[in-house]
Write a protein that binds this ligand. Structure first.
Ligand code: ZN
Length: 426
């Protein structure tokens, strides 16, 4: 890929000037980045993967011990294999020509019985940052295949499009002897590097977003780690965060806290008020407002639904009004047809079923009588099919059956002729 702007031109130029990885860095990686093993067969016979020498170890389980020959820490593995491979990514940080670069290497170690281990270290990609936090990548070519992180080792490291795989593999071990551009140190990246977030994302955010700089300088590494991965949350929660921090409030879970702030905002609450943003029991507060938001959302949906239903209202009255006057009753029960969209909605809410949500008012073949007692309390909602001339379902609260179930069905069926006559004369 050809450099398209000044930054990429500078990257391409500096990319040529980087030298091979230092022996010290590679030694460090071999010791710290890959797993070291000892092969163990039956009994206590072990072979050190590092030096290839044999020794006995009495003891059970996959424990880590020191090899008596080379003194390296090795993890015991029960296996009959004679060869074992371990590999992992690691990276170094360098400053060159005013640019920051994170160089990502793939280290693989091969252990063979009877032979000292061999290692192989290859550079895969370089993540470049300028002082404004802009990111570019120079890398080897990817091989398309089953694994996203397959690289063509014969290709050169040159300017390429930045893909997720580059972000993914650069989230790895970092050689502790690093150098940083002065802008990063100025913005708060000092001392031990944070190990709880993606360093390249952090560096980019630190150079381009002064809120991350403020967080970094306040020393709140947990907040830094969360917000670097959720930069959009900062837009919503930054003011609240500052106020909460001023009052020494530190949530134990920043994800949950940011969610709570969003919920408060949706409920129209003041997200600068201590009362709301510094709850003692964060989980309970979160659940409380989630409940509120869900209720608001449901109300909004219902209103929308009713508005949409109004389009059918004219059709509804035209086809159903002939049944409105019909009342079927015995000594305890009175059954009458639902006569407006509002009545459907109220019935659905009262009886906690879907007579409104599923648009029964729009079914041309059905009429919906509702059964209630003489005091007006709802008992069941009935669906009467005009084509079949009988009841096809009758439901109580939450779709359950009541003690009046069979009586209601019989009562409606016995009076079916009244519905059919009403339709015939309409
Ligand atoms: Zn050894």
């Amino acid at each position: 890929m050809k450099p398209r702007n000044r930054f990429e031109k500078a990257v391409a130029a500096s990319n040529e000037r980087l030298t091979a990885i230092s022996d010290k860095a590679e030694e460090w990686a071999v010791r710290n980045v890959v797993k070291h093993i000892a092969f163990r067969t039956s009994g206590h016979k072990c072979t050190c993967g590092d030096c290839g020498e044999r020794f006995e170890h009495k003891g059970k389980g996959n424990v880590t011990i020191r090899c008596p020959h080379c003194g390296h820490k090795v993890e015991i593995m029960d296996t009959l294999k004679r060869k074992w491979n371990e590999s992992n990514y690691f990276s170094t940080l360098e400053a060159i020509d005013g640019l920051q670069v994170q160089r990502v290497f793939l280290l693989s170690a091969t252990y063979r019985k009877g032979k000292p281990m061999t290692t192989d270290c290859g550079e895969v990609c370089r993540m470049w940052l300028n002082a404004q936090g802009k990111v570019a990548v120079t890398a080897r070519k990817r091989i398309m295949g089953y694994y996203v992180d397959s690289f063509n080792w014969a290709s050169s490291i040159e300017l390429r499009n930045l893909y997720d795989v580059h972000w993914c593999i650069s989230d790895t071990y970092i050689y502790p002897r690093h150098s940083l551009i002065p802008e990063l140190r100025r913005n708060g990246l000092k001392g031990k590097l944070p190990d709880n977030c993606h360093l390249c994302r952090l560096m980019s955010a630190l150079l381009s977003d002064n809120r991350i700089e403020t967080l970094m300088k306040s020393g709140n590494r947990r907040a830094v780690a969360y917000f670097v991965n959720h930069l959009l949350d900062l837009d919503v929660c930054w003011a609240s965060y500052k106020i909460a921090t001023r009052h020494h409030y530190v949530p134990n879970d920043y994800g949950l806290w940011c969610d709570t702030i969003r919920l408060l905002e949706k409920c129209g609450k003041d997200i600068r008020s201590m009362k709301y943003i510094c709850p003692k029991d964060l989980k309970a507060e979160h659940d409380h407002w989630l409940h509120k938001v869900n209720a608001i959302e449901k109300q909004r949906r219902d209103k929308e639904k009713l508005q949409r239903a109004k389009q059918y209202e004219a059709d509804f009255y035209k086809s159903k009004s002939c049944f409105f006057g019909i009342v079927i009753s015995d000594n305890d029960i009175e059954i009458s047809v639902l006569d407006s969209l509002e009545a459907y909605k109220a019935e659905g809410e009262r009886m906690k079923h879907c007579v409104f949500q599923c648009e029964y008012y729009d079914k041309t073949d059905s009429i919906i009588p509702s059964a209630h007692d003489l005091q007006g309390n709802c008992i069941e909602t009935v669906e009467f099919s005009l084509s079949q001339g009988k009841v096809i379902q009758s439901r109580g609260v939450c779709n359950s059956n009541t003690e009046y179930h069979d009586r209601i069905i019989k009562l409606v069926n016995d009076n079916a002729h009244r519905f059919l006559e009403a339709r015939a004369t309409a």
